[in-house]
Write a protein that binds this ligand. Structure first.
Ligand SMILES: C[S@@+](CC[C@H](N)C(=O)[O-])C[C@H]1O[C@@H](n2cnc3c(N)ncnc32)[C@H](O)[C@@H]1O
Length: 254
Protein backbone atom coordinates (compact mmCIF):
# COMPACT_ATOMS: atom_id res chain seq x y z
CA UNK A 1 0.00 0.00 0.00
CA UNK A 2 1.51 3.31 -0.99
CA UNK A 3 1.10 5.92 1.72
CA UNK A 4 3.13 9.00 0.96
CA UNK A 5 3.15 12.48 2.42
CA UNK A 6 1.25 14.92 0.27
CA UNK A 7 3.14 17.61 -1.56
CA UNK A 8 1.14 20.76 -2.08
CA UNK A 9 0.94 22.00 -5.62
CA UNK A 10 -1.12 24.67 -7.26
CA UNK A 11 -4.13 25.53 -5.18
CA UNK A 12 -5.05 22.32 -3.32
CA UNK A 13 -6.23 22.91 0.16
CA UNK A 14 -6.98 26.52 -0.28
CA UNK A 15 -10.64 25.67 -0.09
CA UNK A 16 -11.32 28.31 -2.65
CA UNK A 17 -12.34 28.05 -6.25
CA UNK A 18 -10.55 29.85 -9.00
CA UNK A 19 -11.98 33.17 -10.03
CA UNK A 20 -15.44 33.74 -8.62
CA UNK A 21 -16.83 34.10 -12.09
CA UNK A 22 -15.79 30.56 -12.89
CA UNK A 23 -17.74 29.20 -9.95
CA UNK A 24 -20.80 31.15 -10.91
CA UNK A 25 -20.48 29.88 -14.44
CA UNK A 26 -20.18 26.23 -13.55
CA UNK A 27 -23.13 25.91 -11.23
CA UNK A 28 -26.76 26.17 -12.09
CA UNK A 29 -26.18 24.64 -15.45
CA UNK A 30 -29.88 24.10 -15.69
CA UNK A 31 -31.10 27.52 -14.64
CA UNK A 32 -31.75 28.39 -18.21
CA UNK A 33 -33.68 25.17 -18.73
CA UNK A 34 -37.31 24.78 -17.89
CA UNK A 35 -38.02 22.62 -14.87
CA UNK A 36 -40.87 22.12 -12.54
CA UNK A 37 -43.48 19.65 -11.46
CA UNK A 38 -44.31 17.24 -14.22
CA UNK A 39 -40.96 17.65 -15.93
CA UNK A 40 -39.20 14.75 -17.59
CA UNK A 41 -37.82 11.86 -15.58
CA UNK A 42 -34.02 11.56 -15.75
CA UNK A 43 -31.54 8.80 -15.21
CA UNK A 44 -28.26 9.53 -13.48
CA UNK A 45 -24.92 7.72 -13.15
CA UNK A 46 -26.62 5.80 -10.39
CA UNK A 47 -29.45 5.03 -12.78
CA UNK A 48 -31.92 6.53 -10.41
CA UNK A 49 -35.12 8.14 -11.51
CA UNK A 50 -35.46 11.78 -10.61
CA UNK A 51 -38.33 14.16 -10.93
CA UNK A 52 -37.80 17.81 -11.68
CA UNK A 53 -37.09 20.40 -9.09
CA UNK A 54 -39.87 21.98 -7.16
CA UNK A 55 -37.50 24.31 -5.32
CA UNK A 56 -36.83 27.85 -6.23
CA UNK A 57 -33.10 27.95 -5.62
CA UNK A 58 -30.71 29.00 -2.92
CA UNK A 59 -32.96 31.69 -1.52
CA UNK A 60 -35.16 29.17 0.29
CA UNK A 61 -32.57 26.71 1.50
CA UNK A 62 -32.21 26.09 5.24
CA UNK A 63 -28.95 26.62 7.09
CA UNK A 64 -27.71 23.11 6.40
CA UNK A 65 -29.20 21.69 3.21
CA UNK A 66 -26.74 18.77 3.17
CA UNK A 67 -27.60 17.43 6.62
CA UNK A 68 -31.28 17.74 5.87
CA UNK A 69 -30.89 15.92 2.56
CA UNK A 70 -28.78 13.15 4.09
CA UNK A 71 -31.38 12.54 6.80
CA UNK A 72 -33.95 11.68 4.14
CA UNK A 73 -32.08 8.45 3.37
CA UNK A 74 -32.63 7.10 6.89
CA UNK A 75 -36.19 5.81 6.73
CA UNK A 76 -35.66 3.93 3.47
CA UNK A 77 -32.05 2.85 3.84
CA UNK A 78 -32.82 -0.81 3.12
CA UNK A 79 -34.75 0.14 0.01
CA UNK A 80 -31.90 2.37 -1.16
CA UNK A 81 -29.39 -0.42 -0.67
CA UNK A 82 -31.50 -2.89 -2.65
CA UNK A 83 -32.32 -0.44 -5.43
CA UNK A 84 -28.69 0.58 -5.97
CA UNK A 85 -26.94 -2.73 -5.28
CA UNK A 86 -26.17 -3.54 -8.91
CA UNK A 87 -25.23 -0.03 -10.06
CA UNK A 88 -21.84 1.47 -10.80
CA UNK A 89 -20.06 -1.89 -11.04
CA UNK A 90 -18.30 -0.93 -14.29
CA UNK A 91 -17.07 2.35 -12.85
CA UNK A 92 -15.98 0.79 -9.57
CA UNK A 93 -14.08 -1.90 -11.48
CA UNK A 94 -12.41 0.72 -13.68
CA UNK A 95 -11.38 2.73 -10.62
CA UNK A 96 -10.13 -0.30 -8.71
CA UNK A 97 -8.18 -1.42 -11.76
CA UNK A 98 -6.49 1.96 -12.10
CA UNK A 99 -4.65 1.49 -8.79
CA UNK A 100 -1.93 -0.98 -7.83
CA UNK A 101 -3.09 -3.75 -5.49
CA UNK A 102 -3.30 -3.20 -2.63
CA UNK A 103 -4.09 0.51 -2.49
CA UNK A 104 -5.87 2.42 0.25
CA UNK A 105 -9.16 3.83 -1.02
CA UNK A 106 -11.51 6.23 0.74
CA UNK A 107 -15.14 5.84 -0.28
CA UNK A 108 -16.28 9.36 0.53
CA UNK A 109 -20.03 9.29 1.09
CA UNK A 110 -20.13 5.52 0.82
CA UNK A 111 -23.83 5.02 1.50
CA UNK A 112 -24.57 1.38 2.39
CA UNK A 113 -21.08 0.29 1.33
CA UNK A 114 -21.65 -1.36 -2.04
CA UNK A 115 -18.41 -0.03 -3.50
CA UNK A 116 -16.37 -0.71 -0.36
CA UNK A 117 -17.18 -4.38 -0.87
CA UNK A 118 -16.15 -4.15 -4.53
CA UNK A 119 -12.80 -2.50 -3.77
CA UNK A 120 -12.01 -5.10 -1.12
CA UNK A 121 -12.98 -7.91 -3.48
CA UNK A 122 -10.48 -6.42 -5.94
CA UNK A 123 -7.72 -6.70 -3.35
CA UNK A 124 -7.64 -3.14 -2.09
CA UNK A 125 -7.93 -1.77 1.44
CA UNK A 126 -10.96 0.47 1.82
CA UNK A 127 -12.31 2.95 4.34
CA UNK A 128 -15.74 4.51 4.33
CA UNK A 129 -17.16 7.79 5.57
CA UNK A 130 -20.75 8.97 5.47
CA UNK A 131 -22.90 11.44 7.32
CA UNK A 132 -25.85 9.06 7.62
CA UNK A 133 -25.38 6.74 10.64
CA UNK A 134 -27.75 4.09 9.27
CA UNK A 135 -25.67 3.84 6.10
CA UNK A 136 -22.49 3.77 8.18
CA UNK A 137 -23.82 0.81 10.15
CA UNK A 138 -24.54 -1.01 6.88
CA UNK A 139 -21.20 -0.11 5.31
CA UNK A 140 -19.30 -1.20 8.40
CA UNK A 141 -20.16 -4.78 7.50
CA UNK A 142 -17.76 -4.39 4.57
CA UNK A 143 -14.99 -2.09 5.82
CA UNK A 144 -14.16 0.30 8.66
CA UNK A 145 -16.52 3.22 8.19
CA UNK A 146 -16.98 6.38 10.21
CA UNK A 147 -19.81 8.81 10.63
CA UNK A 148 -18.42 12.03 9.28
CA UNK A 149 -19.21 15.10 7.24
CA UNK A 150 -17.28 15.33 3.98
CA UNK A 151 -17.13 19.05 4.54
CA UNK A 152 -14.48 18.44 7.20
CA UNK A 153 -13.08 15.15 5.93
CA UNK A 154 -9.61 16.68 5.69
CA UNK A 155 -9.39 16.96 9.47
CA UNK A 156 -9.96 13.23 9.95
CA UNK A 157 -6.87 11.82 8.26
CA UNK A 158 -3.27 12.94 7.77
CA UNK A 159 -2.36 14.52 4.44
CA UNK A 160 -1.44 12.01 1.76
CA UNK A 161 -3.20 9.12 3.49
CA UNK A 162 -5.04 7.70 0.50
CA UNK A 163 -4.09 6.26 -2.87
CA UNK A 164 -7.61 6.74 -4.18
CA UNK A 165 -10.75 8.69 -3.29
CA UNK A 166 -14.06 7.57 -4.71
CA UNK A 167 -16.98 10.00 -4.38
CA UNK A 168 -19.95 8.45 -6.15
CA UNK A 169 -22.87 10.88 -6.11
CA UNK A 170 -21.89 11.96 -2.62
CA UNK A 171 -21.20 15.67 -3.20
CA UNK A 172 -24.56 16.19 -4.84
CA UNK A 173 -26.19 17.70 -1.76
CA UNK A 174 -23.44 20.25 -1.15
CA UNK A 175 -23.54 23.87 -2.18
CA UNK A 176 -21.09 24.61 -4.97
CA UNK A 177 -18.65 26.40 -2.68
CA UNK A 178 -18.80 23.50 -0.23
CA UNK A 179 -18.02 21.00 -3.00
CA UNK A 180 -15.08 23.12 -4.16
CA UNK A 181 -13.75 23.15 -0.61
CA UNK A 182 -14.15 19.37 -0.30
CA UNK A 183 -12.22 18.87 -3.55
CA UNK A 184 -9.35 20.79 -1.98
CA UNK A 185 -9.53 18.53 1.06
CA UNK A 186 -9.53 15.47 -1.21
CA UNK A 187 -6.37 16.80 -2.87
CA UNK A 188 -4.66 17.04 0.51
CA UNK A 189 -5.76 13.57 1.56
CA UNK A 190 -4.46 11.94 -1.62
CA UNK A 191 -0.81 11.14 -2.22
CA UNK A 192 0.68 12.69 -5.34
CA UNK A 193 -0.38 10.42 -8.18
CA UNK A 194 -3.44 9.28 -6.24
CA UNK A 195 -6.66 8.77 -8.19
CA UNK A 196 -9.99 10.57 -7.83
CA UNK A 197 -13.44 9.73 -9.15
CA UNK A 198 -16.29 12.18 -8.61
CA UNK A 199 -19.80 11.98 -10.00
CA UNK A 200 -22.17 14.95 -9.71
CA UNK A 201 -25.50 16.01 -11.10
CA UNK A 202 -25.26 17.84 -14.43
CA UNK A 203 -28.84 18.25 -15.59
CA UNK A 204 -31.74 20.10 -14.04
CA UNK A 205 -31.80 23.04 -11.74
CA UNK A 206 -30.03 23.72 -8.49
CA UNK A 207 -32.46 23.59 -5.60
CA UNK A 208 -34.77 21.28 -3.72
CA UNK A 209 -35.94 18.16 -5.49
CA UNK A 210 -39.03 16.22 -4.43
CA UNK A 211 -38.24 12.52 -4.66
CA UNK A 212 -40.45 9.57 -3.74
CA UNK A 213 -38.86 9.24 -0.29
CA UNK A 214 -38.45 12.91 0.54
CA UNK A 215 -36.96 16.24 -0.39
CA UNK A 216 -33.28 16.74 -1.09
CA UNK A 217 -31.09 19.60 -2.22
CA UNK A 218 -29.07 19.13 -5.41
CA UNK A 219 -26.48 21.42 -6.91
CA UNK A 220 -26.26 21.11 -10.69
CA UNK A 221 -22.89 21.49 -12.41
CA UNK A 222 -21.74 22.29 -15.91
CA UNK A 223 -19.42 19.38 -16.91
CA UNK A 224 -16.61 21.47 -18.37
CA UNK A 225 -16.79 23.93 -15.51
CA UNK A 226 -16.70 21.17 -12.94
CA UNK A 227 -13.68 19.61 -14.62
CA UNK A 228 -11.96 22.99 -14.42
CA UNK A 229 -12.76 23.22 -10.71
CA UNK A 230 -11.23 19.77 -10.17
CA UNK A 231 -8.11 20.88 -12.02
CA UNK A 232 -7.92 24.03 -9.90
CA UNK A 233 -8.00 21.86 -6.79
CA UNK A 234 -4.72 20.23 -7.82
CA UNK A 235 -5.66 17.42 -10.18
CA UNK A 236 -4.98 16.42 -13.75
CA UNK A 237 -8.32 15.53 -15.29
CA UNK A 238 -8.09 12.48 -17.52
CA UNK A 239 -11.69 11.88 -18.44
CA UNK A 240 -14.99 13.71 -18.25
CA UNK A 241 -18.05 11.56 -18.91
CA UNK A 242 -21.11 13.64 -19.64
CA UNK A 243 -24.69 12.65 -19.04
CA UNK A 244 -27.35 13.44 -16.49
CA UNK A 245 -24.39 13.14 -14.16
CA UNK A 246 -20.90 14.46 -14.90
CA UNK A 247 -18.23 11.92 -14.00
CA UNK A 248 -14.67 13.12 -13.57
CA UNK A 249 -11.63 10.82 -13.48
CA UNK A 250 -8.51 12.58 -12.25
CA UNK A 251 -5.03 12.17 -10.79
CA UNK A 252 -3.55 14.20 -7.95
CA UNK A 253 -0.73 16.41 -9.17
CA UNK A 254 2.71 16.37 -7.61
C1 LIG B 1 -26.77 9.47 -3.66
S1 LIG B 1 -26.09 8.74 -2.24
C2 LIG B 1 -24.70 7.85 -2.93
C3 LIG B 1 -24.24 6.74 -2.02
C4 LIG B 1 -23.13 5.86 -2.61
N1 LIG B 1 -21.90 6.60 -2.80
C5 LIG B 1 -23.58 5.29 -3.92
O1 LIG B 1 -22.93 5.51 -4.95
O2 LIG B 1 -24.60 4.58 -3.92
C6 LIG B 1 -25.28 10.12 -1.44
C7 LIG B 1 -24.49 9.69 -0.23
O3 LIG B 1 -23.65 10.75 0.19
C8 LIG B 1 -23.80 10.91 1.58
N2 LIG B 1 -23.53 12.32 1.88
C9 LIG B 1 -24.12 13.39 1.32
N3 LIG B 1 -23.62 14.53 1.83
C10 LIG B 1 -22.67 14.14 2.72
C11 LIG B 1 -21.78 14.86 3.57
N4 LIG B 1 -21.77 16.20 3.62
N5 LIG B 1 -20.93 14.17 4.36
C12 LIG B 1 -20.92 12.80 4.31
N6 LIG B 1 -21.75 12.07 3.54
C13 LIG B 1 -22.60 12.75 2.75
C14 LIG B 1 -25.23 10.49 1.87
O4 LIG B 1 -25.44 10.16 3.23
C15 LIG B 1 -25.36 9.31 0.95
O5 LIG B 1 -24.88 8.13 1.54
Amino acid sequence: MAVTAAVGTGTPGTGRPGPGRRLEAVIDNGRSTTSGAGGPAMTGCQGESMTSHGGTGSEDRPVDQAARSVAVYTDHADDYRAAHAAKMSDRAERFAGSLPVPSLILDAGCGPGRDLARFIAHGHVARGADLNPVFVAMASAHAPTTVGDLRDIGSRYPDGTFDGIWASASLVHLLAAEAVDVLGQFARLLRPGGRLYVCLKAVGRTGWLDEPDGRRWYTVWDPEGFAAVVADAGFTVEDVDRGVFVEVWATRNG
